[in-house]
Design a protein around this ligand. Structure first.
Ligand SMILES: Nc1ncnc2c1ncn2[C@@H]1O[C@H](COP(=O)(O)OP(=O)(O)OP(=O)(O)O)[C@@H](O)[C@H]1O
Ligand SMILES: [Mg+2]
Length: 464
């Protein structure tokens, strides 16, 4: 998140910079070019003023006073200068390629200036073999043109000067990007760090830790506000869940006594009825079955409330030993249904689980498997070590569950259509899930690995 935020801020700065720089660079290069030409023009007129005096006194003559002046001007300006008389013959020149007396009247800019028109432009110089930027101005006394001053620079020199200006802008742009990164990094860290911390806390809350709180004194105001809302939500949720658990526990507990009394009375009533096949005896028998169911449900709810409320420590147990003992316990009941329970286990598989947790989990899984197992079938309970986990699978040959049912089966009170008529409360798997979670493990219902009809109820616990 941090790097993404920094990247976004720097990219935005770079885009803004680029969008503004492109027109700025083209504008600056145009202005700089014009400035150089204007400076050349100004110098040409200055030189023309100086030349005027020379050409005025002795028209057409080569005067020593103009040459040093031209030399002096050129030395400081990286510019070529020539001065012609009214016939276009050079009377002063800054370099040797244009010797005194040469006829320059055929040069377009010189001939224009001789006609009285100053000109500014660019052309290829045959003499020098390069492009020139030139300014040619007439030297006038009144309306009479007495000579021409032409200043020129190689275009490469002008381009170089323009480039150095643009380089200045690019360097400034580079510094701007660095400055943007300098601002973006602490800014991004300031926003990202508290949000990352808050995300971790939210994950803990989602895992059921309602004691978790966010630090609302850190980060930008919006994040602090978010942290405060998070804290308010976490404490409210914690309170609600706590109340709910307490309520479920209290109600179950309160129901226990009258339910036991009800069962006793029903038993007594049953004993006092002599004819077992009388409608009264049948009704009493059905009532007792319902009362038993109700009592089982209350016991299960109480068990659930106890697991959810408590934070029991885990103990190390040998899963294989527990599974074998539970399978033995279920054997007679299974035999009644003509079902066999087979255990496949490594000799010693230690895992972490809350006290009595694995026994209850295995009991619930075998109970469910027996409810749906067809006569003559086999229930296999397999204990394996898988990576850092100990996995216990209870595999049956019943109808199995659809994907949708598998997702619902661990919810409280959910019961499948095929077991609706069998005894049960729909709380068994909810208890299994809580026991596994309290032990740091997980549960799932799977299809059989061999593709046959049936279910595979699995619990994964941390190996020890
Ligand atoms: N091995 C299985 N094969 C097919 N369906 C199953 C299996 N195990 C559980 N189920 C379905 O999941 C439902 C919920 O199971 P759960 O153990 O929570 O409740 P129950 O067995 O109906 O009642 P209780 O366990 O509280 O006596 C069952 O009613 C059944 O429909
Ligand atoms: Mg069950």
């Amino acid at each position: 998140m941090k790097t993404r935020l920094i990247g976004a801020l720097v990219t935005i700065s770079a885009i803004i910079l680029f969008v503004f720089s492109v027109p700025l660079v083209s504008f600056v290069s145009k202005v700089e070019r014009e400035r150089l030409v204007t400076a050349l023009e100004r110098d040409a007129f200055g030189l023309a003023g100086h030349a005027k005096e020379t050409l005025n006194t002795v028209a057409g003559a080569t005067l020593p006073s103009l040459q040093p002046f031209v030399n002096e001007y050129v030395r400081s300006n990286d510019t070529r200068a020539i001065v012609t008389n009214a016939d276009g013959l050079i009377i002063a020149s800054s370099d040797t390629t244009s010797s005194i007396g040469s006829d320059y009247s055929n040069r377009p800019e010189v001939s224009n200036a001789l006609d009285g028109t100053p000109s500014v432009g660019e052309r290829v110089s045959v003499t020098l073999g390069q492009r020139l930027v030139f300014v040619a101005v007439p030297v006038q006394i009144g309306d009479t043109v007495v000579g021409v001053v032409r200043l020129s620079k190689p275009k490469s020199v002008v381009d170089k000067e323009v480039r150095s200006r643009i380089l200045g802008i690019v360097v400034a742009g580079g510094f701007t990007i660095l400055a943007a990164a300098g601002v973006a990094i602490p800014l991004a860290l300031g926003i990202a760090r508290p949000i990352t911390r808050l995300t971790r806390r939210t994950e803990r809350l989602a895992e059921g830790d309602f004691t978790v709180r966010a630090d609302d004194s850190d980060g930008p105001p919006e994040v602090r506000e978010l942290s405060r809302s998070f804290n308010a939500m976490a404490s409210r949720l914690g309170l609600m869940i706590e109340n709910q658990r307490h309520f479920a526990g209290a109600v179950s507990h309160q129901l226990r006594t009258p339910l036991t009394a009800l069962r006793l009375r029903l038993e007594q009533a049953q004993e006092s009825v002599e004819d077992d096949s009388s409608p009264l005896a049948i009704a009493l028998d059905a009532s007792r079955t319902e009362a038993d169911r109700l009592q089982e449900m209350v016991e299960q709810l109480l068990a659930l409330a106890r697991i959810e409320g408590g934070t029991a420590p885990t103990v190390t147990v040998n899963a294989a030993e527990i599974v074998r003992a539970r399978a033995d316990m279920w054997e007679p009941l299974a035999a009644e249904k003509n079902v066999t329970v087979r255990v496949l286990a490594a000799p010693s598989v230690d895992c972490a689980v809350i006290e009595g947790g694995l026994e209850q989990i295995v009991d619930n899984y075998i109970d469910n498997a027996l409810t749906v197992a067809p006569a003559g079938s086999e229930i296999v309970v397999e204990v394996q070590r898988v990576g850092t986990n100990v996995v216990v699978d209870v595999v049956d040959h019943g109808p199995g569950l659809t994907e949708e049912q598998r997702a619902l089966a661990f919810e409280r009170f959910w019961r499948g259509k095929n077991t609706e008529n069998a005894a049960g409360t729909g709380l068994g798997l909810a208890i299994v899930r809580q026991l596994a979670a309290a032990s740091g493990g997980t549960v799932e219902l799977l299809a059989r690995a061999d593709g046959a009809s049936g279910a595979c109820a699995r619990v994964s616990l941390l190996a020890r």
